[in-house]
Ligand binder design. Sequence first.
Ligand code: PEP
Ligand code: MG
Length: 326
Amino acid sequence: IKEEMKELLFLSAETVDKKRRVELSANIGTPKDVKGALENGAEGIGLYRTEFLYMDREDMPSEEEQYKAYKEVVEAMQGKPVIIRTLDIGGDKKLPYLEMPEELNPFLGFRAIRLCLDRKDLFKVQLRAILRASAHGKIRIMYPMISGIDEIRKANRVLEEAMEELKKEGVAFDENIEVGIMVEIPSAAVCADILAKEVDFFSIGTNDLIQYTLAVDRMNEKIAYLYEPFHPAIIRLIKNVIDASHREGKWTGMCGEMAGEPLAVPLLLGLGLDEFSMSATAIPFAKKIIRSFEYDEAKELAEKVLLMESAEDIRLLIKETCNKKG
Ligand code: PEP
Ligand code: MG
């Protein structure tokens, strides 16, 4: 099996009939993770969780420090795209040097883009660091926890300010840097047609999208049985997001755990997902699955799934379809 996986490394993630090719990328938390991503054949970084740079320390990381980390990642990726997610702190993740309110519902509270738009000083430092690193490779910016269009516009205003500052200072950056959002709040998934006009790409964050859509705390063991990626509501939302982006000529990726779940891969392929981002070690197997399907077969599977009523039936159908392939 090891040999087979090695051979896969140099092959693209395309269907057996070559009608459809997708991108398989890796999720990372620190520059150290890039090595594993490349070793497993990642074609890019689909999610760089920057909060680790901010955690376990006494003070805010400086612009210079952040710039160095982002530059290290993008240089190591040798021209392959790197999606850097802006700070997603709050919820369960707290910072000792940042005053955070006591909240009854932290996951519905002051976190991620909400915090960044409240603390534009801090947000702009990160955006400047990302922009400076964009001079060294292909970087894309991604905002987390977007619930509606106003947040995108407000965030972009801070980004524009950062760009203007750098221009005045004569500092190089990618002026055509692509900007996208995580679709992980149901309102964003429902209004994907509106948001698609305002962004360059979407990345579906199923970890939170499932939690918020099904009202199931993703950490709560007691109700873990309700946390269901194959719930028809989740699949409909995913379809809506992908279709809305394509109608605007944009693309949709997925960086939640679902993207690397073997049973989900053929379904997502059939729904038209463009990029799958997962933990690096899941990439070879996902590629193997994609390479075993014809595109029409995956689309047919997706069409059938969209008519089904229960997650259990959906899983069963996908399992049967995969088993037939051996
Ligand atoms: C998600 O919500 O699916 C996601 C990828 O982000 P995180 O797991 O960091 O919340
Ligand atoms: Mg999330």
